[in-house]
Design a protein around this ligand. Structure first.
Ligand code: PEP
Ligand code: MN
Length: 358
């Protein structure tokens, strides 16, 4: 019974630490195996009853001097860490994940390659109001060599008494203008029942912020052969946004553009708060092209240009903005659409910005 000196005791602690660590790692590997078996069986990975049973058993087994409360705390941490590792792994196996596919996905619309490193643009009115209105904007876009025209035929409005869009008639107007100008059309579809019919008229299916959680619509859009512009929900986390895109890609359609359009916060200076860091995060986490809709993000004409520059600076693949021949009389979003002169100025400034930073 020799007495130990401090160094000897510390060596023992170091040895125990590595033993504990080895054991936790061994445990983690086994838990990962259990996770794989559960995944094959289609059962939930987290099992709170099993966790309770393990803790009860350990409490009875505990010989001290560690009090049960402390022991429980430590083991809960061990349980949690295994679960977190599994969740990370699951996220990496998503079809939209950059871990699953390293190369950027390029979405090709009407010869325009979205996501090829050169920023793209989608311009057009908030809503389709008439042939003349859409045609006027389309001619202005065409004159600038632009290829992507937007316009809502089905408008999800806050009030049911506000203009709801021209519906199928609006899609027909878009198609007519597309045929006349060679522009491709981006338009929102709000319900799976409109989708098949709409395919004859549009080139890109837009899924709006209010429908990002409409899983049936996401699945339908995933099973057709048309690019999808998916907007982030008004209060959706990026994780939810990414999972919404996963709903689409899981049905076979990988032609997806993600679009940050501002989220709801307490700030009232802008209509929504543009979550600019969403862009580099989405670019890191997924292989999909990312757009920023500066119109709905800000709801302010004076902020369209600076936010568009910011979007490009942080790596966005493109920018969406609303243009209307006469915003003052627009049937929706009249405060934030650009008229043709403002569009001219916006466009030239963006081109200058791109040249300087090329
Ligand atoms: C739109 O782009 O027409 C629109 C309604 O935007 P959001 O769905 O982002 O509100
Ligand atoms: Mn709008």
């Amino acid at each position: 019974m020799g007495h130990h000196n401090l160094d000897e005791l510390r060596d023992k602690v170091d040895g125990l630490n590595t033993k504990i660590l080895d054991l936790i790692n061994e445990r983690t590997e086994i838990v990962q195996e259990i996770g794989k078996v559960k995944e094959k069986q289609g059962v939930n990975r987290y099992d709170p009853i099993r966790e309770r049973e393990m803790l009860n058993f350990l409490k009875e087994y505990n010989k001290g001097p560690l009090p049960n409360g402390v022991m429980e705390h430590i083991f809960k941490g061990i349980f949690m860490s295994a679960l977190e590792i599994q969740e990370d792994e699951q996220r990496n196996t998503l079809l939209v994940s950059r871990k699953k596919k390293a190369e950027d996905t390029i979405v090709t619309i009407n010869g325009e390659e979205v996501g090829n490193g050169v920023p793209s643009f989608i311009f057009g009115p908030c809503a389709v109001e008439s042939y003349e209105q859409v045609s006027t904007v389309a001619q202005a876009l065409k004159a600038k060599g632009q290829r992507l025209l937007r316009g809502g035929a089905y408008k999800p409005r806050t009030s049911p008494y506000d203009f709801q869009g021209l519906g199928l008639e609006g899609l027909k107007i878009l198609k007519r203008v597309a045929d006349e100008t060679g522009l491709a059309v981006v338009s929102e579809i709000v319900t799976p029942s409109h989708l098949e019919e709409a395919l004859d008229y549009i080139d890109v299916i837009q899924i709006g912020a209010r429908n990002m959680h409409n899983f049936e619509l996401l699945k339908e859009a995933g099973s057709v052969n048309k690019p999808v512009l998916l907007k982030r929900g008004l209060s959706a986390t990026l994780d939810e946004f990414i999972n919404a895109a996963e709903y689409i890609i899981s049905q076979g359609n990988d032609q997806i553009i993600l679009c940050e359009r501002g989220i709801r916060t307490y700030e009232r200076a802008t209509r929504n708060t543009l979550d600019i860091s969403a862009v580099p995060i989405l670019k890191q986490e997924t292989h999909l092209p990312v757009f920023v809709d500066v119109t709905h993000s800000t709801g302010r004409r004076d902020l369209l240009l600076p936010t568009a520059k910011a979007a490009i600076a942080v790596g966005a693949d493109g920018v969406m903005a609303e243009v209307h021949p006469d915003p003052a009389v627009a049937l929706s979003d009249s405060a934030q659409q650009m008229d043709l002169a403002q569009f001219d100025e916006f466009y030239n400034s963006i081109l200058d910005y791109l040249k300087i930073h090329a």
